[in-house]
Design a protein around this ligand. Structure first.
Ligand code: ZN
Ligand code: ZN
Length: 265
């Protein structure tokens, strides 16, 4: 497994990307070839690996079909053989949903595969799909929103403290639809960062948030400053679901990281 080192931010690697094997629009081949042609030094695919600990959760519309994991890995290994060269390395990854009930086993079952990294993400607060649709949020009471957010952050803290993942995905995701006052959950986010620091983990600057209602990267600049204080590595990722997005807003990310105080090269 890769180990990200502080400060981490480089703008010629990208590790959080989806293909049509989960909820992306393009085949793996097209994503990887586009990334190499764009001049990235390292590129990794990270399709969704979601094995809920609760039968009432149904991620089938957006996760990879579990029976296709061998095919996913084989495709990536074949492409790696073809594309890897002095200036380009293809990486094998997955975006793995954290669940309190089964995550140790879920990750253990992935050990037989040659993954370079695993992203630890939370997309469900209890049974609520946090980032699925703004319609899920409309009409919720403030109490319900608070309960969802608290559940999200508790779970993310569990993901961070588990030490199972190379880095944590889109830290402050509940802000996505602009329905949450992110600042209210600052203490929760700090606890997550403390766990990331303790376990020697890392986080990402995910540029996809710029194209959602929240209109900013994940996480916000203040949390990036907290990550810097804790010497937590940060990797910049586009969370691309389309081949045209593999480096989307990387230039803006450099500005935000510099503003947060990171030694941007
Ligand atoms: Zn995600
Ligand atoms: Zn993703």
């Amino acid at each position: 497994m890769l180990k990200l080192t502080f400060p981490g931010p480089e703008f010629n690697v990208s590790f959080h990307n989806h293909s049509d094997m989960s909820d992306g629009a393009a085949p793996i081949e097209l994503m990887c070839r586009t990334a190499k042609a764009a001049g990235l030094r390292e590129f990794g695919m990270s399709d969704h690996w979601v094995i809920p600990d609760d039968d009432a959760i149904d991620p089938s519309s957006w996760r990879m079909i579990p029976g296709r994991l061998d095919e996913y890995v084989e495709k990536l290994l074949a492409l790696k053989k073809e594309l890897d060269c002095e200036t380009f390395t293809l990486r094998l990854g997955l975006e793995v949903d954290f669940f309190f009930g089964n995550s140790t086993d879920v990750v253990k079952n992935l050990e037989k595969y040659p993954f370079d990294y695993l992203i630890g993400s939370v997309h469900y607060s209890d049974r609520f799909p946090v980032d699925h649709s703004i319609n899920d949020w409309i009409g919720l009471s403030q109490e319900e929103i608070a309960q969802i957010c608290e559940g999200y952050w508790k779970k993310l803290e569990g993901a961070a403290s588990s030490g199972l993942y190379t880095f944590i995905g889109h830290l402050d995701l509940p802000k996505k639809f602009g329905m949450v006052n992110n600042a209210l959950y600052y203490p929760h986010a700090i606890r997550v960062l403390d766990e990331v620091q303790k376990t020697g983990g890392a986080i990402e600057l995910n540029t996809a948030g710029w194209f959602k209602e929240c209109n900013e990267q994940y996480p916000c600049c203040d949390l990036l400053k907290e990550a810097l204080e804790r010497k937590i590595p940060v990797v910049v990722n586009a969370d691309a679901h389309h081949q045209d997005h593999v480096m989307r807003n990387f230039a803006e990310s450099a500005k935000v990281l510099a503003e947060a105080g990171f030694p941007v090269r």
